[in-house]
Design a protein around this ligand. Structure first.
Ligand code: C5P
Length: 219
């Protein structure tokens, strides 16, 4: 039987990973957080001291690094880096690395391979447009910038990062959206056949059941 693919795209902080993870659990599908893969490579590049303008060096690192997302965990060269990839330093720099076409080619190939053989819920920026153009269901999640910044602020505080205020986070999110939407290679854009859901003011469970209902309607 053909694998079921649910593609969830949208800007930073729209609730993609929380929602995608929950849906995958409910349906017993595999969840793939493609943002975590770009974040893991960014963490590796930063830790290696490679300057961000040295694209050839970054591509070389991408080629020789093992990045695996499995059971809700992200592994860099077999080491769990769940916490490290969520740091603010990684968030601020990840979009620069994610705009390098050769880096995308490497990570997209891995993402396609996983989705070819399993029922998946995959979230990111280019899943519906590029990674899984024939996905069973495509969702584009969004929310106001203020709401997205508030969510990120709460997440950072919960994890013990207190040295950044809400305004700074709002600026960072806006800048990241601009780079993600403005890059030439697979920019953040709603696929024509994706269903738009604005999560501002919506509870997580409401959004999840909406998406599952949409999926159940698919032939
Ligand atoms: O989803 P998350 O916010 O963790 O993604 C971090 C960054 O990774 C995004 O801002 C974007 O630059 C990049 N990304 C991407 N394509 C994806 C997933 C993430 O370019 N499919």
């Amino acid at each position: 039987m053909k694998a079921v693919q649910v593609a969830i795209d949208g800007p930073a902080g729209a609730g993609k990973s929380t929602i995608a993870k929950k849906i995958a659990k409910e349906l017993n599908y595999i969840y793939i957080d493609t943002g975590a893969m770009y974040r893991a490579l960014t963490f590796h590049v930063l830790r290696s001291g490679t300057p961000l303008h040295l694209e050839e060096e970054i591509i070389k690192l991408a080629k020789e690094t093992s990045i695996v997302f499995e059971d809700g965990n992200i592994y860099l060269n077999q080491i769990n880096v769940n916490e490290e990839v969520r740091s603010n330093e990684v968030s601020v720099n990840v979009s620069f690395i994610a705009q390098i076409p050769e880096v995308r080619e490497i990570l997209v190939a891995m993402q396609k391979t996983i989705a070819a053989n399993h029922n998946v819920v995959m979230d990111g920026r280019d899943i519906g447009t590029n990674v899984l153009p024939n996905a069973t269901l495509k969702i584009f999640l969004t929310a106001s910038v203020k709401e997205r910044a508030r969510r990120r602020y709460q997440e950072l505080h919960k994890n013990g990062t207190n040295d950044i205020n809400l305004e700074e986070i709002e600026d960072q999110i806006q800048r990241r959206d601009e780079i993600d939407a403005g890059r030439s290679c697979s920019p953040l854009v709603k696929a024509e056949d994706a269903i738009l859901i604005d999560t501002t003011g919506l509870a997580i469970d409401e959004v999840c059941s909406k998406i599952i209902k949409l999926l159940n309607k698919k032939p």
